[in-house]
Design a protein around this ligand. Structure first.
Ligand code: 5GP
Length: 199
């Protein structure tokens, strides 16, 4: 099956190394493209100053997170830099059933789980313009303590090497341009079955 003949993907995963700017790209999409449904993950991480509970994440305790796992309520989940993160299944399933394009911002381990459980999902890798630029952004972010930065730097090389597992790469050279490119990829997934190419 050639690429143009693929069925329309309803679910798109955005992944990429920590510090690459996924949050900034997502913020632009939240503001400008409300027809793209952004999944709200559950996490045990502490809330950052600019975050709102229920909008950026559902901030939960470890026991509550464990109950979500045990109840089979997560589409995927992973431990990242000492905290647990997971995608609640029910909201994603409902949006897909209603025909909305859904975007998940998740780490590499989560992207691999989605690839395994939903092979039609579109996996997009957000890449930095260079490795040096990524490390500069991670150190300069100012929201994390030294130990967290160290862990994220250690993880970055592994995350960069995973690019080849993804369907598409979007380079975050300028956040507006990168967001537009991503919206374009989601737009092409927002086809009704009647509009979708023959396959
Ligand atoms: P942050 O703490 O910077 O918000 O996120 C840390 C990492 O966790 C990022 O790579 C982010 O994409 C990832 N992440 C956020 N939500 C989820 C989720 O629901 N599942 C998985 N697997 N990773 C997530």
């Amino acid at each position: 099956m050639d690429d143009d003949a693929r069925p329309a993907a309803r679910l798109t995963v955005l992944s990429g190394p920590s510090g690459v700017g996924k949050d900034s790209v997502i913020e632009l999409i939240r503001a400008r493209s409300p027809w793209i449904k952004l999944s709200v993950s559950a996490t045990t991480r502490k809330m950052r100053d600019y975050e709102t509970n229920g909008e950026h994440y559902h901030f939960v305790s470890r026991p509550d997170f464990q109950r979500l796992i045990d109840g089979g309520q997560l589409l995927e989940w992973a431990e990242f830099a000492g905290n647990l993160y997971g995608t609640p299944r029910a909201q994603v399933d409902a949006w897909i059933a209603q025909g909305w394009p859904v975007l998940l911002k998740i780490d590499l381990q989560g992207a691999r789980q989605v690839r395994a459980s939903m092979p039609d999902a579109q996996l997009v890798f957000l890449a930095p313009p260079s490795v040096e630029e990524l490390k500069r952004r991670l150190i300069g972010r100012g929201t994390d303590d030294e130990e967290t930065i160290r862990r994220r730097l250690a993880h970055a090389d592994e995350e960069l090497a995973a690019e080849k597992e993804f369907d598409r790469t979007v380079v975050n050279d300028f956040v507006e341009r990168a967001a537009d490119e991503l919206v374009g990829l989601l737009g092409s997934s927002f086809l009704t079955p009647a509009q979708a190419p023959e396959h």
